[in-house]
Design a protein. Structure first.
Length: 61
């Protein structure tokens, strides 16, 4: 695997943290949602952000 430079590392860190924040916010919104449709939307969005975070973390291995 090719090594990544400092700029790429910083970008990965930024994207990982952004997806982590997004996942937390979407989970919080899902807990507060009264509508089942909104609850499901926010839960799916939270899971998508978690999956993206995990995929990005894979580049650090």
């Amino acid at each position: 695997m090719a090594t990544i430079n400092e700029m790429e590392l910083q970008t990965l860190r930024h994207l990982i943290m952004a997806n982590d924040t997004l996942s937390c916010k979407m989970s919080s919104y899902a807990e507060q949602a009264e509508s089942p449709e909104f609850k499901q939307y926010f839960q799916k969005s939270a899971q998508t952000a978690k999956d993206a975070k995990q995929q990005l973390m894979g580049f650090l291995k």
